[in-house]
Unconditional design. Structure first.
Ligand SMILES: *Cc1c(COP(=O)(O)O)cnc(C)c1O
Ligand code: SF4
Length: 335
């Protein structure tokens, strides 16, 4: 008797599955990348301070066996994270002082930042929010009403920035609702989304996202976060193309990071690769002095020299603006 033959369909996990299957364990990370045990104790120590999280699409762009891989450097905890040099603090941007409502940061004229999701799809070791009390800042519907009331009452606000965490880590149900509410506030013109998800899990840019983002009357700006050209593979290029199709302007912010992108050739290649994906460089941030990240620091003088030299390699429109965020200032501060 002949058996029925079932041909397995190639199955792409949903973005949620890709996120839930992310590596969150030091040993698994070292093993996945064939790093041997040298890096494990440091990874374990750093993981205690800020847990590891790296989804497969991002891992797949790393070179196995290379401890200096510029993508790995961004996610692999090191013993150095336990150091506590002077000047490195838990909340370097003093964000706790600028929250008129829970999850709402209003520091700059005309624009506000909303913490739309406490979660990220990846944990970057240099993140200035690595000590952020997200549990106090993931608003319920009632708290969202408070935020929306604030936005409705202040007609000087023209732009809402969804940030986090990563706003695209929130559910589409929540985001659809929120964007509808924002759409109905007449003095709002722009919706900006600060996200690393299209880079970390490109499948996040699915039809549902394109639906709610594409249907708002607000002008759309998506600010990605890419630090190295190797982060942009074909899947990322395709995700960016989908965002452009619905009329989003794509920009990128990077952080200048020791041993990741602290060379002129690396920064030039990043700008070139961004533009191939339809993204314009926006900011190059110097590191915020957050506890646990001092080993990523590039001194100001060196940062200025790098950027001055970069100008000799790139057209002006591919030059990111070198900035620092200084608590209390009304904008990012050019260096
Ligand atoms: C960085 C930031 C913004 C956006 O600044 P732009 O210069 O417009 O990109 C807005 N609000 C807060 C709180 C910020 O930290
Ligand atoms: S907020 Fe951005 S930089 Fe920080 S961990 Fe999340 S994705 Fe990385």
């Amino acid at each position: 008797m002949q058996e029925n033959i079932i041909i397995a369909q190639p199955h792409t996990p949903s973005w949620q599955q890709q996120l839930s299957q992310a590596i969150r364990d030091p040993a698994a990370l070292c093993q996945r990348l064939g790093l041997g045990d040298t890096w494990l104790p440091g990874a374990r120590n750093g993981h205690q301070l800020f847990e590891i999280c790296v989804p497969e699409p991002y891992l797949s762009r790393m070179t196995p066996g290379d401890p200096n891989d510029p993508l790995l450097r961004q996610v692999l905890p090191l013993n150095a994270e336990a150091q506590t040099p002077a000047g490195y603090v838990a909340d370097p941007l003093a964000e706790a002082d600028h929250q008129p409502a829970k999850g709402l940061i209003h520091k700059y004229a005309g624009r506000v930042l909303l913490i739309a999701s406490p979660a990220c799809a990846i944990n970057c070791r240099y993140c200035f929010r690595r000590h952020f009390p997200y549990s106090d800042n993931s608003p319920s519907r009632a708290q969202w009403q408070e935020t929306l009331d604030y936005l409705r009452a202040d007609t000087t606000i023209h732009e809402v920035i969804l940030s986090g965490g990563d706003p695209l880590a929130a559910s589409d149900r929540q985001l659809t609702w929120l964007v509808e509410q924002l759409d109905n506030i007449p003095h709002l013109k722009r919706l900006r989304i600060h996200t690393r998800l299209p880079v970390v899990i490109p499948d996040r840019v699915d039809d549902t996202v394109l639906g709610w983002l594409g249907s708002t009357r607000l002008q759309k700006v998506v600010v990605l976060h890419v630090n190295h050209a190797n982060e942009i593979d074909q899947a990322v290029v395709d995700a960016c193309a989908r965002l452009k199709q619905i009329g989003a302007t794509l920009l990128n912010q990077s952080v200048l990071l020791r041993n990741v992108n602290d060379r002129v050739t690396t920064l030039a290649a990043l700008s070139e690769r961004l533009f191939e994906a339809g993204i314009l460089p926006y900011y190059l941030h110097v590191l915020d002095p957050v506890q646990g990240a001092a080993h990523f620091d590039v001194p100001d003088e060196e940062a200025r020299e790098l950027v001055a030299e970069l100008r000799n390699h790139l057209p002006g429109f591919l030059m990111p603006r070198l900035v620092r965020e200084i608590p209390g200032e009304g904008s990012k501060t050019p260096l």
